[in-house]
Ligand binder design. Structure first.
Ligand SMILES: Nc1nc2c(ncn2[C@@H]2O[C@H](COP(=O)(O)OP(=O)(O)O)[C@@H](O)[C@H]2O)c(=O)[nH]1
Ligand SMILES: [Mg+2]
Length: 217
């Protein structure tokens, strides 16, 4: 079996940071929440999506990227949103907030509906350039994450792991979780070999992520 090496995404240069900043300084708006494929907006621009278990910090990350405090609603009540939420970024991008998973109390029917919609979205969206899979840096890759990782791997969408809430960790702990994530990603060849470390609270890694999104074509 081929072995992949995962590294931490490099700090962008000041020029690259500026480009990312300019992109994300563009107007951002909530476009629509989608519950079925026929509700998707036209695939007429570059698209990235964000996936992660409930409470991982997905809404906070989208808010931090766009500099909008309440664009994607953040809340302490996990598992509420079962819609795929589309946000416009400038005239050129869609940012897509996928429904959170791993909410133990969700009824089976809801989970199945989520899986069907997600599968259809991930395999059928021509303009989807990258999926960011958010992993809580305190927990690493858990069994609940494996399903989305496998789904992404099968759908041939390049995905990149973003560690969230790194402000909650000490340096030694961060290195351990990076190693754990790298090991867990070995069996998923569609994984992009760079991990992004972020803290929405402290703004860490936000310019890096903006830069990464800005370089996708
Ligand atoms: N310390 C810290 N807390 C965070 C960070 N990002 C999110 N949170 C908290 O984690 C909880 C869940 O965040 P939210 O963005 O709603 O998660 P979502 O369910 O994945 O959309 C909230 O209480 C946030 O304030 C972060 O970078 N650092
Ligand atoms: Mg959310």
């Amino acid at each position: 079996m081929t072995s992949f090496t995962f590294s931490v995404a490099e700090e962008p240069t000041s020029e690259e940071i500026e480009k990312g900043r300019v992109l994300f300084a563009g107007e951002t708006d909530f476009l629509k929440g989608v519950v079925a494929m026929d509700g998707m907006p036209p695939a007429d621009r570059l698209e990235v999506c964000f996936a992660g278990r409930s409470n991982v910090g997905k809404s906070s990350l989208i808010n931090a990227l766009t500099g909008r405090k309440a664009l994607a609603r953040t809340s302490n009540t996990p598992g509420r949103t079962q819609e795929i939420n589309f946000f416009t970024l400038a005239e050129s991008h869609y940012l897509v907030d996928l429904p959170g998973y791993g909410f133990a109390e969700a009824p089976v029917a809801i989970v199945q509906k989520w899986q069907r919609l997600l599968k259809a979205y991930l395999s059928g969206r021509q303009t989807l350039r990258r999926a960011f899979v958010l992993i809580d840096s305190r927990h690493g890759v858990k069994a609940v994450d494996e399903e989305i990782l496998s789904l992404l791997n099968k759908s041939a969408v390049t995905f990149q792991v973003v560690l969230t809430k790194t402000d909650k960790l000490k340096k030694g702990e961060l290195e351990k979780v990076i190693a754990q994530v790298s090991t867990a990603l070995q069996k998923h060849p569609a994984a992009f070999p760079e991990i992004v470390l972020t803290s929405s609270e402290k703004g860490l890694g936000i310019p890096t992520l903006r830069h990464i999104i800005g370089t996708l074509v």
